[in-house]
Design a protein. Structure first.
Lengths: 616, 198
């Protein structure tokens, strides 16, 4: 979607938008003034779309170094009276939880909306945690859109509530909603965004224990106001069947979509009454109670954990209603995503009726797969190849979050364990201390600034024994080349200051630190061998811009590509050890696909007799 | 297959990362919107790096779910033949297949660890399940139009021209003119022409 349309499109226009783009439009309609983020799939298109508009918009945007910082930046903005938005993926909210829980106590006069993009099914995440728990744990009003239109509308509603109640509001999407594409009817843009002037009130905004106790009570009062908003919310809708019926289905988030389609496909629309919940915290207890009174049996449809289901059981018990509540079972579990067929299967069993079955063509077994792989010319491959040659299976490899996690795959096999952003250093330190084995950790530049520095400080302080390889590719590659402090100044331009990783490492107190060019196999190998013979905290910084980034953003490309000059064992071994996607076969012979080869010339260094460089 | 505007139709797209599968999905969604249809599309971004499988879906005529399961697609659009074969279980038996016949072998094939299934086998499997089955050399047709990526538009054009969707190539042409950047329009309009003549 063109930036102009989002920024200037008038109320009444209708455009096809990605769910995440619709959130941007909603924020603009709400008059957002501050946006901060740490990128992460499936949330990244929100800040990236704002970034495309940033030259013209009246909002301020920043890519913060991590989610906690992003949360504090946005909360600070909202304290100063600006309507603020902070975006992150679900696991990012774990990082940002500390300021968020207390911001709910102090309240934020400008209004803060927190986007958490959850990932049921782990499409691009290390877990599928259900962040609706955060709404309950921190007392955050929560909206859960299920379409592109709702993504826009609920963003507007979330801002309205955040400003009115001065409470942080959670906007919770899932991958399917972040990446749905649908028509969105625009509302009007505001004339001018309005701030709330800051009034000094330490008795509210400085939560020392005496203040915090009072603020907890104030929070409870505000959440009761939020519940009234949920009772009246147009996003919580009941649908009466044509004929009287005492079977009720309650659904939230994208499960509402699966339910709607399943009812049509099964021809069951008139057999159940439906309550769709779009504003899901605090629960509209009166509305739900009224619904329950009209039912004998309830089926709850929600992806993730049985949160609604359990709340509804409690409510039914409190209201003294004798009804049967079902939800999670062996068909609809807390794992992965729901789908129309799964919901149909569940509904059919619950309605005690036949489920229409589609014949399904049997998948062909053993088709050659396309697992994700490091790109052709990726500098991580060069470093990993050298590490495997120097350390082999003697060392344990502590990985981190980024493209380089893909080093896990054979033939490189450069990841033995991984927890979260920044864990390579600290989990690696703990592992080395307990096992006595050599540990090599890998971390990217963005992740190093995200939460690697604290782990490195700890490793020095507590005298850990770890070799850390910082894979510095100048950008946040995995999520689409967002800026981070390690990015070169020419790429950052006016938007930020470049920070030097080596200075940070040495500044913390690392004395054993070498910087190498990742494509220089000899230099990388020499550095690794030197560090292998030492102990304590050691750091190798391997520099080379991400190949995609170099080509697309820095407009840098090599004039030469690799070519095979000699078939045979050496070429074959190189192919097997590097598994570069630019290798291919032509008429049975090993060849290099020139359209994919980036000219990194790693293969020439690994197999000098088999490969030569040639002009593109 | 009825071409009524009320017909509920689900389309499954599959291809290889970097091919432009998602751009093609958006273009066909825009074409459907031009034709006044209810549209919902779904895609998954992220870990599918270049070279991985990229799938997306487009639902027409009043669906709400941005997701499609095995045996549910009325139409399968394959931008790479191996991915067409892998995606066959998504097709409703008797549905339509429009696929590229230009192979992009995965790395395991280059490494000699796996064999790429033959085109005869892929076509036979496709014909076994599909009511309509069309294979065309999209990459080379795209090159003929001016860029490899525009081969996707050749495929979209062919499916629009076939009459199985509730709209024709006029809507696709309008979408190209209204939503693609101007530098890409000529090559895609040329690709659209090529798709008509297949």
């Amino acid at each position: 979607m063109g930036g102009n349309t989002l920024l200037h499109g008038a109320g009444g226009e209708r455009h096809l938008l990605l769910g995440n783009e619709a959130i941007v439009r909603g924020a603009l309609e709400a008059g957002v003034q501050m946006v901060s983020c740490y990128p992460g799939t499936p949330s990244s298109e929100v800040p990236d779309t704002f970034a495309r508009l940033a030259g013209e918009g009246t909002f301020r945007l920043e890519y913060s170094v991590n989610e906690k910082v992003a949360m504090e930046i946005a909360a600070g903005g909202a304290l100063a009276g600006a309507k603020s938005l902070v975006t992150m993926k679900h696991v990012g909210l774990n990082v940002a939880a500390d300021p968020l829980f207390t911001a709910a106590y102090t309240g934020l006069p400008g209004g803060l909306v927190v986007l958490s993009a959850d990932d049921p099914g782990c499409h691009s995440s290390q877990n599928e945690q259900d962040n609706r728990y955060f709404a309950r744990a921190a007392s955050l009003p929560c909206f859960e859109p299920a379409s592109a239109q709702e993504a826009k509308d609920m963003t507007c509603a979330a801002f309205e509530l955040a400003r009115r109640l001065q409470q942080p509001v959670l906007l919770r999407t899932t991958t399917r909603v972040s990446h749905v594409r649908g028509p969105v009817l625009f509302g009007d843009l505001p004339d001018e965004p309005s701030s709330v002037p800051f009034i000094r009130e330490p008795g509210r905004f400085v939560p020392v224990p005496a203040v915090a106790r009072r603020r907890h009570a104030a929070l409870n009062t505000q959440m009761e106001e939020a519940r009234k908003a949920a009772e009246a919310s147009p996003f919580n809708q009941e649908r009466e069947p044509a004929a009287p019926c005492r079977l009720g289905v309650i659904a939230s988030s994208v499960a509402r979509d699966y339910l709607a389609d399943a009812l049509v496909e099964g021809g069951w629309e008139d057999r159940v009454r439906v309550l769709e919940l779009g504003m899901t915290w605090p629960l509209p207890l009166d509305k739900i109670g009224n619904f329950l009174r009209k039912c004998d049996r309830i089926l709850v449809l929600e992806e993730g954990e049985p949160l609604l289901e359990e709340s509804i059981c409690v409510l039914a018990q409190r209201l003294g209603l004798k009804l049967e509540v079902q939800g999670k079972d062996r068909v609809l579990t807390n794992q992965g995503e729901y789908s129309v067929p799964l919901v149909m299967q569940r509904l059919a069993a619950w309605l005690e009726t036949e489920c229409p079955v589609h014949p399904v063509h049997t998948p062909e077994p053993d088709l050659p797969g396309r697992p994700p792989n490091l790109c052709a010319g990726c500098a991580h491959r060069a470093v990993y190849f050298a590490v495997r040659r120097v350390f082999g299976d003697d060392a344990c490899y502590s990985s981190d979050i980024g493209c380089y996690t893909l080093g896990l795959l054979p033939p490189l096999r450069m990841a033995d364990f991984l927890l979260c952003m920044g864990s390579s250093i600290s989990a690696g330190s703990g592992f080395a201390r307990a096992s006595g084995k050599p540990v090599v950790g890998f971390i990217g530049d963005s992740t190093f600034f995200h939460s690697g520095m604290t782990g490195l400080a700890n490793a020095l302080f507590n005298k850990h024994d770890l070799l850390l390889v910082i894979l510095d590719n100048d950008t946040t590659a995995m999520t689409g080349h967002q800026p981070n402090p390690g990015m070169v100044q020419e790429a950052l331009g006016e938007s930020g200051n470049h920070l030097d990783i080596e200075s940070a490492v040495r500044g913390l107190g690392v004395t054993q630190c070498v910087k190498v060019k990742a494509y220089n196999l000899k230099a990388v190998t020499r550095a690794l061998e030197e560090m292998k013979s030492k102990s304590g905290v050691r750091v190798i910084i391997a520099e080379e811009p991400c190949v995609l980034y170099a080509r697309r953003r820095l407009k840098k490309a090599q004039a030469q590509v690799a070519t095979v000059v000699q078939q045979g064992a050496e070429a074959q071994r190189c192919l097997e050890e590097l598994a570069c996607p630019a290798f291919c076969r032509k008429d049975g012979n090993i060849a290099v696909d020139e359209t994919l080869c980036t000219g990194c010339m790693l293969c020439l260094q690994v197999a000098p007799n088999a490969f030569k460089a040639k002009k593109r | 297959m009825s071409t009524s505007k009320n017909k509920r139709l689900r389309i499954y797209f599959t291809g290889v990362g970097g091919q432009g599968t998602l751009t093609a999905t958006k273009l066909l969604a825009d074409a459907a919107l031009e034709a006044g249809l209810d549209v919902v599309a779904g895609e998954v971004h992220g870990m599918a790096q270049r070279g991985g499988v990229v799938e997306s879906v487009l639902m027409l005529g009043g669906w709400r779910s941005p997701r499609l399961d095995l045996g549910e697609a009325d139409v399968l659009l394959g931008f790479e033949p191996l991915e067409t074969l892998r995606g066959l279980p998504y097709l409703k038996p008797g549905g339509a297949i429009f696929s590229s016949s230009d192979a992009l072998p995965p790395l395991s094939v280059s490494l000699g660890q796996a064999a790429y299934p033959g085109m005869t086998h892929i076509k036979a499997q496709a014909q076994q399940i599909a009511g309509i089955c069309r294979f065309m050399p999209c990459r080379s047709l795209g090159q003929q139009a001016g860029s490899v990526q525009s081969g996707n538009t050749v495929l979209l054009s062919a499916v629009c021209a076939s009459g199985i969707l509730p709209f024709g190539t006029e809507a696709l042409e309008a979408a190209i003119r209204n939503t693609l950047p101007s530098r890409l329009q000529d090559v895609n309009l040329k690709a659209l022409e090529l798709g008509l003549s297949i």
